[in-house]
Design a protein around this ligand. Sequence first.
Ligand code: KMH
Ligand code: ZN
Length: 277
Amino acid sequence: MTTGTLITVAPTGAESAKVEVPALPVTLDELLLTAKECEALGASVIHVHIRDDEAQPTLDQGRLRDTVAALRERTDLVVQLSSGGSVSDPEADRLAVLDAVPDMASCTMGTVNFGDDVFLNRWEFIVELHTRMQERGIVPEYEIFDLGHLTALQRLLSKHGLPAGGHVHVDFVMGVPGGMPGTPAALIAAQHMLRDLPAGTTFSATGVGRTTIPVLLASLSAGGHLRVGMEDTVTYAKGQPVESNMQLVARAVGFAQLAQRLPLTTAEARELLGVPA
Ligand code: KMH
Ligand code: ZN
């Protein structure tokens, strides 16, 4: 059954530089303002990467804890920390993200070429991440950059059990140079592979760069959910830089309304994802 639309905002990411993208929220104050405004527009989940005082990506423990606490105090958003970090982050630091005890954390299901870099996700590392999240009651969002990552997820769940909360939610990250393309055909192929996962598995999708709109429309049409934000999209239209994350969330909400799949509230998002209220 097609329900409302879960809208996740991914406001910052680890790849864009503040000097090149001045609208990128990099300080805690900028992140909180963005979070509040995106929530008011219809986002229910926030996928968080943080930056240091020089606006460089960091997995600093203190900052992560402060960020989780501040987002909880100022919003009702489901707080999802990135365990992906940036391509150069060591596994130990990525595992330590869980010590900040967010509602959710990302869990990428395999290695992928990432532009000129490699985003390394060894099997043993994935199992460790999944197991620690089970132990701590942190709900994973499984990040799928390529179709084989869904095969790995099926293997993970059959060998190591369901995630905390019992619900399986995946996010198709499409159009990364080196991963699956951001096309409707690839999205439908990925959706078909969900048949091998537990009944009721849900998916969201995001298309990076110029694949943003095709992926957004394909996901809505196929009954999927949406992730939008400046982590993935810094150009709103040809020659037009994104002004803010709110601009991207507002566009997603507009498309969801057209599709007659209204944005889920934060309470509805928690229920869907198996995140405790
Ligand atoms: N920054 C990418 C290397 C995640 O957040 O879990 C990884 C990423 C995925 O963004
Ligand atoms: Zn991310």
